[in-house]
Write a protein that binds this ligand. Structure first.
Ligand code: PMP
Length: 362
């Protein structure tokens, strides 16, 4: 383990070391099959056992009701920005977007090609540091769904509870907080997430969709974006990202072994508290711009009061094997992504480093 760094990247991101080791041990000859998962037929019994276990474990983790499909797709969450309106509404339908950061904004913009989206609220003027109160939220009377981004990866803004969509169909991008805490799936029409932050490598996109919403795709919908095609074929309509799904399965298994998402959330809260407290207790040396009540447990953006020291902070941290702390190019500063697989020791080391750095430069 000594040769590994603490990787604070936003995604692709750190995975549990023992999961990587398990994959390594199984790489050459998976389960006595005489081949690696990369070389198997996606229709063979070995791979079928892998994808079925991955789905069953994810259902157990999130307590996914029977009336929801679980799909393992490709194309990233970005493809879902188009697939969602294509599958759920007609071109003339109104749909609502609550925009709390750049990802929600991208989803809104893509939806303009396939529907008539409206922004019901945008945090842009306040640099995406807030989530509005749901009481005052003016949803369109005829909106077919309400879209939110559960956790804005760049801005570090996370929903702690959820608005109720007028017609009951709440759609959420959970790419960067998927499986980081329990979620009541029955409150959503659709949840989607790219795997590469909390649950696996890039290349796998998970869609959890209520069954009654499947089967009404617009005529122009490519087969690869049609949920009905993938649901009927159990995510095996075409060749799926087999190795990626296998890796997600190893992570799901590990999350269950940790005691499930209640336990995982406790660990994530502890890590996030430690880091936010260090920022808030620094007397302004470090600052987090996000309103306290909606600060993300996963992505912690912060700046230095003396902003000319930021490059040095990032460089010095990297020397101590804490890497990828640079903020997104659109916001600058720093960002520590502390997903499920970031150990407490990584956050403790970062906090100790921050105190030292402040002492040197105060
Ligand atoms: N939504 C969120 C919240 C994200 O963090 C990302 C990726 N950083 C995306 C969507 C886009 O995902 P992908 O790159 O998998 O298309």
């Amino acid at each position: 383990l000594e040769e590994r760094v603490f990787n604070f990247a936003a995604g692709p991101a750190t995975l549990p070391a023992h999961v990587i080791k398990k994959a390594q041990a199984e790489l050459y000859n998976w389960g006595g099959s005489g081949m690696s998962v990369m070389e198997m037929s996606h229709r063979g019994k070995e791979f079928l056992s892998i994808i079925q276990k991955a789905e069953a474990d994810l259902r157990a983790l999130l307590n996914i009701p029977e009336n929801y499909e679980v799909l393992f797709l490709q194309g990233g969450a970005t493809t879902q920005f188009a697939a969602i309106p294509l599958n759920l509404v007609e071109p003339e339908d109104t749909v609502d977007y609550l925009v709390t950061g750049s990802w929600g904004d991208k989803a809104f913009k893509e939806a303009q090609k396939y529907s008539k989206p409206k922004v019901v609220w945008s945090g842009k003027a306040e640099k995406y540091t807030k989530i509005p109160s749901f009481d005052g939220l003016e949803q369109s009377p005829d909106a077919k769904y309400l879209h939110i981004c559960g956790n804005e990866t760049i801005h570090g803004v996370e929903f702690k509870d959820y608005p109720v969509a007028r017609n009951g169909i709440l759609v959420a991008d959970m790419s960067s907080n998927f499986c980081s805490k329990p979620v009541d799936v029955s409150k959503f029409g659709l949840i989607y997430a790219g795997a590469q932050k909390n649950v696996g490598p890039s290349g796998v996109t998970i869609v959890i969709v209520r069954k009654d919403l499947v089967g009404n795709a617009q005529g122009i919908t490519p087969v690869m974006l049609d949920y009905k095609i993938h649901a009927e074929n159990k995510s095996l309509y075409n060749t799926p990202p087999c190795f990626g799904i296998y890796m997600c399965g190893l992570v799901f298994d590990d999350l269950l072994a940790q005691g499930g998402l209640e336990e995982v959330e406790k660990k994530n809260k502890k890590k996030a508290d430690l880091l936010y407290n260090a920022i808030d207790a620094s007397g302004g040396f470090y600052r987090c711009p996000v309103e306290k009540s909606v600060r993300s447990l996963m992505n912690v953006p912060f700046t230095l009061e003396k902003s000319d020291l930021e490059a040095e902070f990032i460089k010095e941290a990297a020397k101590e094997k804490m890497v990828q702390l640079k903020g997104h190019r659109s916001v600058g500063g720093m960002r520590a992504s502390i997903y499920n697989a970031m150990p407490l020791a990584g956050v403790e080391k970062l906090v100790a480093f921050m105190k030292d750095f402040q002492a040197k430069h105060a």
